[in-house]
Design a protein around this ligand. Structure first.
Ligand code: ZN
Length: 241
């Protein structure tokens, strides 16, 4: 099976469309959460992914937008964007986001937005956090999002963790080692490459391929301006930070 893995779409429809088009022939699409937040098209992004029957889990922005968690831990601009998003969501979108689990297992792979240990909030950025999390799931492969950094963490035979940033065009062969991989963010990349990020997981070959695709950033920025969303989020899209 070839699976297109997306995460952190953040209501950025042109970025999501570009990614789905670039994927072409995949057998399934999995979304690791944060469908909404920051961007101007929350309902459209949810609908598009539901239309193609993508499997999904909830991210922190998704549960905040439907009022399941408070925004006290969000910075001021993120809280403003969350309130705006809540006001836009249709009843269908709200109930869809409410139906998502924070963590799941599919085709023998664990999916969590942040980490398997703390699926909603924990950021997986260091080998220490990765080591602690390898004890929190039982599958060989776990896929996470949340940091917006395309990356891989591998538990080596000597019990240490290897990790790395995975720019577009890089790939990794899973082999026998337990692995946690992050596709990066579709709608708000933060690794200095503003192009939309996603991952292709080939379960037969046991490979992970990190991809990047250009999209019309200016159209997203223009729609965000129209919606009155915070300037900081508008500016960061073109820098990929
Ligand atoms: Zn996110």
């Amino acid at each position: 099976m070839r699976i297109g893995v997306v995460s952190d779409i953040h209501s950025n429809l042109p970025a999501l469309r570009a990614v789905l088009e670039d994927m072409q022939s995949v057998d399934a699409v999995w979304c690791l959460g944060d469908f909404v937040g920051y961007g101007p098209w929350p309902n459209e992004c949810i609908t598009l992914l539901r239309d193609i029957q993508a499997a999904g889990i909830a991210g922190n922005h998704d549960v905040a937008a439907i009022g399941k968690i408070s925004t006290v831990d969000f910075n001021r601009d993120a809280a403003i964007a969350t309130v705006w998003t809540t006001g836009q969501l249709t009843p269908e979108s709200t109930s869809y986001l409410g139906s998502l689990l924070p963590r799941t297992e599919i085709e023998g792979v664990t999916l969590a937005h942040g980490t398997p240990r703390e699926p909603v909030w924990e950021y997986l950025l260091t080998d220490e956090t990765a080591r602690a999390n390898f004890g929190q799931f039982s599958t060989q492969l776990c896929l996470v999002g949340h940091t917006h950094i395309p990356s891989v963490f591998v538990l080596k035979e000597d019990d240490t963790v290897g990790l790395g940033h995975m720019p577009g065009g890089t790939s990794y062969e899973i082999g026998k080692l337990r692995t946690i991989a992050n596709p990066g963010s579709v709608g708000q990349p933060r690794d200095q490459d503003p192009r939309a990020a996603y991952l292709v997981y080939d379960s037969e070959r046991g490979t992970l391929e990190w991809k990047r695709v250009a999209y019309d950033i200016e159209s997203t920025q223009a729609e965000m301006r129209k919606a009155g969303l915070p300037q900081f989020f508008i500016d960061r899209l073109e820098r990929g930070v």
